[in-house]
Design a protein around this ligand. Structure first.
Ligand code: AMP
Length: 213
């Protein structure tokens, strides 16, 4: 089963994808984390990527295309979930072509719809564990001990682009570039909308019911 998660920054895609991974064995393909890992490696490519992520802009298509190509040629996962990809129509076409080439099909595109006013609040309160990648929210889903990951005790950090300033650009990019991707999947009869304003458990239940996993 192959699933795509769509939604604005802060809509809970990563959190829900982590749940699907942990409880339902989905392979979580997350372009944002992969890009951050490349930056952390200190490579030349990472330095190029960082200019875009720090500004809240999409990294160029050649970098994403290469990432997708490598993933498809190495993956044999039965359940895959794409989180943070595709981010524009050009990327949606790259995914369509890759699926066709590997003789597999997309089963479902899930759009996490959320009240725009709550997004900034979610973003500035988001923290993540650099060790296991778990995501927390200081208000709605805080760690048991302040600043420390429940799972492995690592110090939680805030992403460099999770600031009010960068958020504005990320939301604009989302509205102009990613929203048309919804229409792309609606036309293919694959788009399903889930209300992302409920709490984490309820949203997760709705997703699991929709997928029938
Ligand atoms: P995310 O972790 O999904 O919030 O992504 C963080 C940042 O990584 C974005 O603001 C972009 O700069 C970059 N990024 C993530 N996924 C993509 C993608 N599919 N295409 C281009 N840029 C991306």
């Amino acid at each position: 089963m192959i699933v795509v998660f769509l939604g604005p920054p802060g809509s809970g895609k990563g959190t829900q994808a982590d749940i699907l991974h942990e409880q339902h064995g989905f392979f979580h393909f997350d372009t944002g984390s992969r890009l951050r890992a490349e930056i952390a490696s200190g490579s030349e490519l990472g330095a190029r990527i960082e200019q875009y992520t720090n500004a809240g802009k999409l990294v160029p298509i050649d970098i994403i295309r290469e990432m997708i190509k490598r993933f498809f040629s190495a993956s044999d996962a039965g359940r895959i979930m794409f989180d943070g990809f595709p981010r524009n129509l050009e990327q949606a076409r790259v995914l369509d072509e890759s699926l066709l080439e590997h003789n597999v099909k997309l089963d479902c595109a899930i759009y996490l719809e959320i009240d725009e006013d709550s997004l900034l609040n979610r973003i500035v309160n988001r923290r993540f564990c650099p060790q296991c990648g778990d995501i927390y929210n200081l208000q709605s889903n805080p760690p048991r001990q302040a600043g420390v990951c429940d799972k492995d005790g690592a110090a939680l950090i805030q992403r460099q682009d999770d600031t009010a300033e960068v958020f504005g650009t990320r939301l604009t990019v989302y509205l102009h570039e990613t929203m048309p991707v919804l229409e792309h999947y609606r036309k293919q009869g694959l788009l399903n909308t889930i209300d992302g304003d409920f709490d984490i458990g309820e949203v997760s239940k709705a997703i699991v019911e929709l997928l029938g996993v």
